[in-house]
Design a protein. Structure first.
Lengths: 273, 284, 361
């Protein structure tokens, strides 16, 4: 919190602040007991925000974060949010290799820990969203898939994410706890690739995130299954030490965690933290 | 028209024994060539050296004994070789058509052939899915009539690799054909050979070095192919997981293993390419 | 006019046996229109400067260039529409085009193999041909190991091995050095003499043409300008090109008895008694040069000239003279030195009437 203090000192709050931002940020403080101080400081700092915030975010956040980025730019005229969406591991690797970024939003605490292990974050990461698996099937569900067990049907072509990527690890976990043994035709390199195979009708089913099913629109049908609770994926977010625009980074994180931000995220299929 | 012409045949073996075997006279190498040349060499080799420097030598033995690694390596070698064979069988005739046959739109076709070179391989993979996938433009008929589905199969790996690698072969062979003297084919024709016989018995042996060079390029490209393969054929150990896929996925959570796998792939390719090169350099 | 030189006796025979062709190849800026007739056993040389269309004519005969017009009959069979691989035609290419990846034996066996002969039989035939060419020892050699003369014979054997009814030779000696050329020329002459069908060779070298061929067809600018036996052509050249080739001074003029008045120039006295348009020819060695006007010289042909250029030919010097008449004169180096010849030197040139030759144009 020393940083917060320093930030407050630097900022001179002129009158006539962006009301929407104020509301959003103060509203945020209700949901999280740890943030009032930060929210206060942001409120006073908000008018001074400018420049570019560079956000490295997991690919599954693309739609919702893009929306949030636009909101942020509207609330803070003069700022710009630049995104780099990609696999969390790749992003973490680029951050530890020195890629310039202000905020990192990962799809799993494990990938976030790659960055925190190297103490590249300024404050502890916080969970802002959660995701869980769904079965994605072809539109209309011609394979009549209604449970995890149905995926063992040898007539079905199932693709899973590779164990080395988060969605694959999660899929393995639910299959293990469900005691279901699925032989996929392919272990895809990421969740979008797995989803693509179903969208292109090359595969009949896949285990992907709720958010991915949402983003595919009508091209796939999502099927929920109870075992998914065993592998709920936490999405942590953290500001980065290398940031040249720490205030704006903090403000963006605050927006993500605000009710407005949460609304956008839940529209994309994310669960509340 | 009747002036003495020297036969400008494709000299097999890059000159062969006709080239005077005089010891290279040691003359000063011009600095404007030497410096960029050495820079180019460094540029190509330093990243590979970095792999060696950072290689996890201690974990290398355990990588070498892993069945998944062997499976992937074996699959890589087999599928790259099969893709090269496909490229040869289809690509050499295409190169001949482009170099020797006259047809409208030849320039356009030549440009189209090189398209897979500029296409990002992942896009190539998607394009292959749209064409040959279970639901693809052609693939749906393959599935309906013959029950053949190519994605997620080793055949799919070969197709993805051939798609990406064939242009290298076609361009290389076409270049050699253009440089080769078409009058040898004429000579064969006057001896009673049909155009195909002339191609098979005269042109083909004459351009063999060019074909070999093209095949090596294609093989190397196929061996390193990642994007089109994983997109079209997916990733399943033993069936469609080639070394580059294994490397990529290892990179996700175990970079050291990825480096080790890369080294294995590099070592094998260097061994094969060096072996082939030696054979051709001395054999032709 | 040129047709007169073709032996009329051949015309009837060519309809049945041998070659009867009118080759027209239109290439926009260049048009070849050449008629050829030859009986089996004939060796015809197409002689002409570079770019005259000789090679095009040869390629048209082989079927490598399509005819725009005309006809091509060989032993009574129309060949115009027959593809080259089906024509009974053998070609010896200018640079031989021996297949570099095959041995001499396999090069020769290539034709028989393409005609359906079994491998062993084709190689046996090829060995016989190579033996006939004196190349039995080189059967296993790759073309790059053969000397120019050997390669030429392998090429000939390869062309003959398909037993063609028409043998085409494109500048058969051009790729050889001077010494080999002499030797190969006489060998080739022997082989061509043995060949029972029609042979057509293309050359720009008059000596090759005269040694190898029974009949010359001189082609300039895509047309036949003269045709006849080597002797006829050498004695009666009809164009400057041929005159230069055979080393003659050639003039065209109007004859009135023994005197021929040249166009815009002096007269030449000849032994022949002619009237009307004629050619007059005499060899450069027939010219005698003097620095001072000669007295008591019997030659009636005396012209005042100036040396325009000097060229050495072996132990001879050829002087290019201008002045009253343009002519070439050959003299020994000793004579040239004695006369102190140099460019620009004024000289008197004489030619005896007995050494000139006049014939109707």
């Amino acid at each position: 919190m020393t940083r917060t203090a320093r930030r407050t000192r630097r900022m001179l709050p002129p009158a006539g602040v962006g009301v929407a931002a104020l509301l959003a940020l103060s509203a945020c403080s209700h949901s999280d007991g740890a943030t009032p101080a930060k929210a206060d400081s942001s409120r006073s700092a908000a008018p001074g925000l400018s420049g570019t915030v560079t956000v490295f975010a997991a690919a599954s956040l693309k739609e919702s974060f893009t929306t949030l980025g636009e909101q942020f730019e509207q609330q803070h005229p003069g700022t710009k949010v630049a995104f780099n969406f990609g696999g969390s591991d790749t992003l973490a690797a680029s951050i530890t290799s020195g890629a310039p970024a202000d905020v990192f939003a990962a799809a799993s605490p494990k990938t976030m820990s790659v960055v925190t292990d190297r103490t590249d974050t300024t404050s502890a990461p916080s969970i802002f969203a959660r995701n869980q698996l769904e079965i994605a099937t072809l539109p209309g569900n011609p394979g009549k898939v209604s449970s995890l067990k149905d995926l063992t049907d040898p007539g079905l072509k199932v693709v899973l994410c590779d164990r080395t990527v988060p969605c694959g690890a999660a899929a393995q976990k639910v299959l293990d706890t469900g005691g279901v043994k699925v032989t996929p035709v392919s272990y895809e390199q990421d969740v979008k690739a797995a989803l693509n195979k179903v969208e292109l009708k090359e595969a009949d089913a896949s285990l992907v995130y709720r958010t991915d099913v949402k983003s595919a629109g009508g091209k796939v049908r999502g099927v929920e299954f109870p075992e998914s609770k065993d592998a709920i994926n936490d999405y942590p977010i953290a500001p980065l030490k290398s940031s040249k625009n720490a205030d704006a980074a903090a403000a963006f994180i605050a927006l993500v965690k605000s009710p407005d931000g949460q609304k956008v995220l839940s529209r994309a299929g994310f669960l509340k933290p | 028209m009747t002036g003495p012409k020297q036969p400008v045949a494709a000299r097999p073996g890059g000159g062969g024994p006709r080239r005077p075997r005089v010891r290279a006279v040691r003359r000063g190498v011009p600095v404007p060539l030497l410096v960029p040349g050495l820079l180019a060499l460094a540029f190509l080799l330093v990243p590979l050296l970095a792999l060696l420097v950072r290689a996890p030598w201690r974990s290398l033995p355990s990588q070498l004994t892993s069945t998944e690694v062997w499976q992937a390596l074996q699959l890589s070698l087999i599928s790259a070789t099969a893709a090269t064979a496909v490229a040869l069988v289809l690509g050499v005739p295409l190169a001949w058509l482009l170099a020797r046959a006259e047809f409208p739109g030849r320039g356009l076709v030549r440009a189209l052939v090189t398209l897979p070179l500029v296409l990002p391989p992942v896009v190539g993979g998607v394009a292959l899915l749209l064409a040959l996938g279970r639901n693809g433009v052609v693939g749906q008929w393959l599935d309906a009539w013959f029950g053949i589905t190519l994605p997620f199969t080793t055949a799919g790996v070969v197709i993805a690799e051939a798609f990406v690698a064939m242009p290298f072969l076609v361009i290389s062979v076409e270049g050699t054909l253009r440089a080769a003297d078409p009058r040898y084919e004429e000579a064969a024709t006057t001896l009673g050979a049909s155009r195909f016989t002339a191609f098979r018995r005269v042109t083909l042996p004459l351009i063999a070095p060019g074909i070999a060079a093209g095949a090596v390029l294609a093989w190397a490209r196929a061996l390193g192919e990642f994007g089109a393969t994983i997109t079209f054929a997916g990733n399943f150990p033993g069936r469609t997981q080639t070394m580059p896929l294994a490397v990529y996925l290892a990179l996700q959570n175990d970079p050291e293993a990825a480096i080790a796998l890369s080294l294995i792939l590099l070592a094998v390719s260097i061994a094969v390419l060096a072996g082939l090169r030696d054979r051709w350099m001395t054999g032709a | 006019m040129t047709d007169i030189d073709a032996p009329p006796a051949l015309l009837g025979a060519a309809d049945e046996q041998g070659l009867d062709a009118r080759l027209v190849v239109d290439r926009g800026t260049f048009r070849l229109d050449v008629s050829l007739r030859a009986a089996p056993g004939d060796v015809v040389a197409l002689l002409g400067p570079n770019g005259a269309g000789k090679t095009t004519a040869l390629r048209a005969l082989a079927g490598l260039v399509p005819l725009s017009e005309g006809h091509l009959r060989l032993d009574g069979t129309a060949l115009e529409r027959i593809p080259p691989e089906k024509r009974p035609v053998g070609v010896v290419f200018q640079d031989y085009l021996l297949f570099p990846h095959l041995t001499a034996l396999d090069n020769v066996a290539f034709g028989p193999r393409c005609h359906g002969t079994g491998k062993a039989e084709a190689r046996a035939q090829a060995a016989t041909w190579l033996g006939r060419m004196g190349l039995a020892d080189h059967a296993g050699a790759k073309p790059r190991r053969l000397s120019g003369g050997q390669a030429q014979r392998v090429a000939l054997a390869r062309a003959l091995a398909t037993r063609p009814r028409l043998l085409l030779l494109d500048e058969p000696l051009a790729a050889l050095d001077a010494r080999t050329r002499l030797e190969v020329r006489s060998q080739l002459r022997r082989h061509l003499a043995e060949f029972e069908a029609v042979a057509v060779l293309v050359t720009h070298d008059p000596l090759d043409a005269m040694v190898l061929a029974d009949r010359l067809v001189v082609v300039e600018h895509g047309r036949v300008v003269q045709e006849g036996t080597p002797t006829e052509i050498a004695r009666h050249p009809r164009t400057d090109y041929i005159a230069q080739l055979v080393g003659l001074n050639l003039y065209r003029g109007e004859a009135d008895g023994h005197a021929v008045r040249l166009e815009g120039g002096p007269s030449i006295t000849t032994t022949e008694d002619l009237t009307g348009p004629v050619f007059v020819a005499f060899p450069p060695v027939a010219v005698t040069l003097f620095r001072d006007r000669p007295t008591g010289v019997s030659a009636r042909n005396l012209w005042h000239c100036e040396v325009a250029g000097l060229e050495t030919h072996g132990d001879q010097i050829r002087a290019d003279l201008t002045g009253e008449i343009r002519l070439a004169a050959d003299l020994t180096t000793a004579a040239a030195a004695e006369l102190d010849l140099h460019t620009g030197a004024p000289v008197w040139a004489t030619v005896k009437a007995t050494q000139t030759h006049a014939y109707p144009a």
